[in-house]
Design a protein around this ligand. Structure first.
Ligand SMILES: [Zn+2]
Length: 434
């Protein structure tokens, strides 16, 4: 197979295979304070490169965070300015086809690199030779329980079809790994949690198996979602939240162990980062009641509202100002939507949540927050900041206090012999590495 021969040539020529792991919602603050719960991540950090405070993308929510990691750009360029984007006169979940610039997997594949995507959202299947969609795609699709059902979305549905051009997934399954993950949306909250931990575990095991194959992909990219869901529900520093961080750390440890067992640990550059951090909130505003009749989308403490004209924009701003909710500069918004979408940010300690309890009085404009911790704060807020750890043969040991959000894409792009798309710095070169 010519494909494998090409990959072998690159491998022998010395391009170090790269594994990029995203841990959803493991922020700079939690990483700094919970060393005792993160032994494997700290082992990587202590022997490699650590960034204490990696800048957040704006808004600091999950889909813009993922797209920022793989494009090195902000939403004004890549188009995914929230978990929800405007489609006609309503907001819907963003999907991989909304990404308006090429992702790192797309550019690497176009340059002949061998890319494996295991459960990392917001990458298109055709941009990797090995592809497993995110286990949480059902979250993005229309469900009867939604208060305002959104159309089922082809951009997500097509990620449900795996791609296995080189038979990597088939080999992993032949070695005993699962072919399917449980449907997280087929039961109650306990079912969801167990499906989540199994979905994350499966993707990390697949990533370890694929990265241990001979030859390995040039780039393997994978994500872990559990720490985000659990921190939302339990709040910062809760024992369950600490467990969720430790669970993610253990999955990373298992992957490192498997690379060692395959004799590959010293031949792989590992990068571990997050899409955003987490911070405590106590109050949630009800955007649909503050702005009745207006299409709105909640992004943690950031609110996007459809404002068809200047009068509507001013009226919304006046109404929200009564509650300490301030306009947010539109820098993160693509120019094409700036005339129609207004962004606002809640005061410290507050976020936005729609009402769900039918018995809640219709005139209630805010309530105790259902999630005890969230993200998507005012740009630059500590709760959104992330961490980055890198370890491997190309990575010098070192520690940086800060790095810009664009640095992840730039640093990984350089490892793959590509120019960074987002213009960010190569942290390994900055730290004196190869
Ligand atoms: Zn997230």
């Amino acid at each position: 197979m010519p494909t494998v021969r090409r990959a072998e040539r690159r491998y022998r020529a010395g391009m170090t295979p790269t594994v990029l792991i995203m841990i959803d919602g493991l922020g700079a603050d939690a990483f700094a304070r919970h060393r005792a719960h993160l032994p494997h991540l700290y082992a990587l950090a202590d022997g490699g490169l650590r960034v204490d405070a990696l800048g957040a993308h704006v808004p600091g929510t999950s889909l813009p965070g993922r797209v920022g990691i793989v494009t090195g750009t902000e939403p004004d360029r890549h188009g995914v300015y929230g978990n929800f984007v405007l489609d006609g006169d309503a907001f819907r979940y963003a999907n991989p086809d909304d990404v308006a610039v090429p992702t790192l997997p797309a550019r690497a594949s176009a340059a002949g690199r061998d890319v494996a995507v295991l459960g990392f959202g917001m990458v298109r299947p055709e941009d990797a030779r090995t592809f497993r969609g995110a286990w949480w795609v059902g979250e993005m699709l229309q469900r009867a329980r939604d208060l305002e059902p959104i159309p089922a979305d082809e951009g997500w549905l097509r990620t449900n079809e795996p791609r296995d051009v080189d038979g990597r997934l088939a080999r992993a399954v032949a070695d005993g790994l699962p072919t399917e993950v449980p449907d997280a949306y087929a039961g109650d909250r306990l079912h969801y949690l167990l499906a989540e931990v199994e979905g994350d575990r499966t993707m990390m095991r697949l990533a370890a198996a694929v990265a241990s194959q001979d030859p390995p992909p040039d780039l393997t990219i994978v994500e872990i979602l559990t720490p985000d869901s659990v921190q939302h529900a339990a709040g910062p520093d809760d024992p369950f939240s600490l467990w969720s961080l430790a669970y993610a750390d253990g999955l990373v440890g298992t992957l490192v162990h498997e690379l060692e067992a395959a004799g590959r640990r010293d031949a792989v550059d590992l990068f571990v980062t997050s899409d955003h951090g987490h911070g405590a909130v106590t109050t949630a505003f009800r955007p649909e009641r503050l702005l009745p009749g207006t299409s709105v989308a909640t992004e943690g403490a950031v609110l996007h509202a459809l404002v068809p004209d200047r009068a509507a924009r001013a009226a919304a701003a006046d109404r929200l100002a009564e509650h300490g909710i301030a306009p947010l500069a539109p820098d993160h918004l693509p120019p094409v939507v700036r005339d129609r979408v207004a962004a606002f940010v809640a005061p410290d300690g507050a976020s936005f949540e729609r009402a769900v309890a039918p018995e809640e009085p219709a005139d209630r404009l805010s309530a105790p927050a259902r999630v005890r911790s969230t993200h998507g704060f005012r740009p630059g807020a500590p709760g959104d900041l992330r961490f980055l750890v890198a370890s491997g043969p190309s990575v010098p040991s070192g520690r940086l206090a800060t790095a810009p959000a664009s640095a992840v894409e730039a640093t990984v792009a350089h490892r793959l012999g590509l120019e960074p798309f987002g213009g960010g710095p190569d942290l390994i070169a900055e730290a004196g590495g190869a």
